[in-house]
Design a protein around this ligand. Sequence first.
Ligand code: AP5
Ligand code: MG
Ligand code: ZN
Length: 217
Amino acid sequence: MRLVLVGPPGAGKGTQAEFIAEHFGIPKISTGDIFRANVSGGTDLGRLAKKYMDAGDLVPDEVTNAMVRDRLAQPDAVDGFLLDGFPRNVGQANELQGILDELGAPLSVVLDLEVDFEEVVKRLSGRRTCKKCGHVWHLEYDAPSAAGICDRCGGELYQRDDDLPDTVRHRLDVYAAQTAPLIDFYRNVGQLVSIDALGAVEDVTERAIAELTPFAD
Ligand code: AP5
Ligand code: MG
Ligand code: ZN
């Protein structure tokens, strides 16, 4: 399955990506996670991306597109993948189309996670991420048993720099202006499946898997 997840910041893309990718046995490719790994690794790419990420803006397309092109050429992506956070504007969607045409590997489906504005603000303000394994927690909705420590691996939890209220507001504006148009873009080509992403994490996962299963081969 070649799957793209779309939805506003805080919709639960990263949370669901982990379960969906595991269920279908495909690699999860999150552009945000790759950028963050480069930031913490102090690479040139990380230094460049950090400026944009801290402001809540998109990293320039030429940088992001090249990174995704490289990633999709890795052997583990040959039989399918889940993209989380890419494409994020129409230019990136066209680039993805071009890459997949070259590989002769068409996109299976685009899963759109629907949540309202108020909910995403709540989700982002309480989000905590594990430094070691990357698992995403929430102070209220999905709290680890010991404060500040990941139940899965014992790693330390941190709050993302771009989850500060002003940056969150800007990310939501960027989503509305640049990413939301992709919903119509993929609906028009008949590749969009939307699900209600409110409710418990497990319930959303169940809904997602039910909608996606017909596209698995
Ligand atoms: P990225 O990391 O992709 O951030 P985003 O799109 O803003 O999305 P988030 O990761 O904030 O939210 P999510 O939907 O993954 O939600 P999560 O599962 O964590 O991108 C960051 C930056 O990188 C961008 O701003 C940009 O600068 C750059 N970038 C990345 N890709 C790019 C691209 N293609 N082009 C250019 N630049 C790019 O969940 C949120 C919280 O809610 C968590 O605490 C979670 O525990 C909780 N939660 C999840 N589900 C539920 C539920 N059902 N009920 C209650 N709580 C829930
Ligand atoms: Mg995410
Ligand atoms: Zn962890």
